[in-house]
Design a binder for this molecule. Structure first.
Ligand SMILES: Cc1cc2nc3c(=O)[nH]c(=O)nc-3n(C[C@H](O)[C@H](O)[C@H](O)COP(=O)(O)O)c2cc1C
Length: 216
């Protein structure tokens, strides 16, 4: 068993630490965020930090790295237009999705360069990804500065939500496996998904009796 304490982590070589710490939060969602710049046009980038913030109103957030070091087109475009799209990544286009993370010049469209298709739906002025079967049109509502490291939590409210009928069950649960969604490990590994089980809402009086855990 490897054991690293805070000092060991701090003393780890920068790239190795980045790989390690990006991996230890486990499987993350894979999404392409689409934005539009009135000057340079469409932009697309992969993000593994999209999280649920609340369902009423329907809010999702994502973490953007410090804006000061390198131009962050996604963030700048969102602040300029107030809108963005979130598009699930499926097994059929993981490689194309991955390469949207390259630092292309602002004028280069990742849609064109990475072989993905821009799609404009429901009068939404920013591009969706045609290849993606679960996509959302988002309106920027709030940003929260994380002072510890200069990152930001960018929050948007869902304005439009699209997914195939057979990927939504009668209770409203999304079948990520039928979408052929993928999970991200670290910054470069993509995993396929298999639905293993579903359980009812966990009420205290309905919790099964489990045998005692491992004795240490
Ligand atoms: C698997 C993967 C996940 C990523 N997740 C994030 C993320 O959550 N936040 C972020 O700021 N950058 C993330 N990136 C990096 C962005 O994709 C990359 O910086 C991209 O160039 C940003 O494009 P932009 O300048 O057009 O916004 C990720 C990259 C990869 C390969």
């Amino acid at each position: 068993m490897i054991h690293l304490n805070k000092t060991d982590i701090e003393n780890t070589n920068r790239v190795r630490r980045l790989n390690l710490i990006n991996g230890v939060s486990g499987i993350k969602s894979a999404n392409l965020i689409g934005t539009y710049s009135p000057i340079t046009g469409p932009n697309l980038a992969i993000f593994s930090s999209v999280v649920h913030i609340g369902s009423d109103p329907a809010l999702l957030g994502f973490i953007t790295r410090p804006v000061s070091d390198v131009p962050r087109n996604t963030y700048t475009n969102i602040r300029e237009t107030g809108y963005f799209t979130i598009n699930h990544v499926h097994e059929s286009f993981i490689e194309k999705a991955h390469y949207t993370s390259a630092k292309f010049d602002k004028g280069v469209s990742e849609f064109e360069r990475c072989g993905l298709t821009e799609e404009y739906l429901y009068d939404f002025s920013v591009p969706f990804v045609k290849e993606s079967r679960l996509k959302m049109g988002m309106k920027f509502v709030e940003e929260i500065d994380i002072k510890l490291n200069g990152t930001k939590l960018v929050i948007g409210e869902i304005q439009e939500l699209m997914l195939p009928e057979d990927c939504l069950d009668d209770k409203g649960y999304v079948r990520l496996d039928r979408l052929f969604d993928v999970g991200i490990g670290g910054l470069n590994s993509y995993y396929s998904l298999r639905r293993m089980a579903t359980f009812p809402y966990a009420r205290v009086d309905e919790v099964p009796e489990f045998p005692a855990g491992m004795k240490l």
